[in-house]
Ligand binder design. Sequence first.
Ligand code: CO8
Length: 257
Amino acid sequence: MSYENIIVEVHGAVGLIRLNRPKALNALNTALIRELNLALGAFSEDPQIGALVLTGSEKVFAAGADIKELQTLTYMDAYLGDAIRTWERLSYFRKPAIAAVAGFALGGGCELAMMCDFILAAENAKFGQPEIKLGILPGAGGTQRLARFVGKAKAMELCLTGRMMDAQEAERCGLVSRIVPSESLLEEALRTAKAIASMSLPIAMQIKDCINSAYETTMTEGVKFERRNFHAAFATQDQKEGMAAFIEKRPAKFVNR
Ligand code: CO8
């Protein structure tokens, strides 16, 4: 499969997708999102793939939705075409997904990064939801996910002013899990994804489901959901192997990998 707006690579058990529209600062247009969804579908179905890294270039993750494409959108186009529906595919990707963000992650770019399970940021990363400056609002989950990541006060401030925050501030407020030196961002993201991909895939998927349910449900229901998943772990060969390996003082070799 050849792509024009993304670059797709496989690194062992890790699928890597690079957003690649350098002249438009990786602005996200319909064609790019279509390709991204195709690549996600392929990695989803590929049993060799245990984790995903989504990245941009060293200068920009993505400067948001393609404003030139959106400029002429009418309400009827947006409503009847259910604009943005297709942007959500990443949030349904069931395997662990890491966003490796260098440079700008703005608007839809920040929203795409937040659809991943966690964000690793290069020192030069800059995050923001500047839609208000264009006379629109975040439309791919930005108001909802940002508020859950960083809390109401900062989400309000960022979305209402459209200002950018740097990597340090993003780490302090919980938007990113770690800051990595810019020159080693991709290497570190791949190393982290490979470590995750070496674990039991069904267990990693259950962990992802459980943590995500913490944002969708009550504590009591969430704990119950976790317990059911915990019980189910004992039906896997990977639990037998993981515990046997610990007791025999050897590295685990998970079956579902
Ligand atoms: N869309 C289209 N083109 C863009 C975008 C964009 N979002 N961002 C940059 N570009 C283009 C510029 O037009 C320019 O093209 P050209 O060379 O042809 O003039 C080129 O990329 C380089 O950009 P700049 O010259 O502006 O580069 P700077 O380094 O000076 O500035 C910035 C970098 C600060 C990132 C600046 O480009 C900028 O502010 N970009 C817009 C950021 C923005 O407002 N993003 C939000 C977009 S709206 C959105 O994301 C809504 C999401 C909801 C989903 C909707 C789906 C239907």
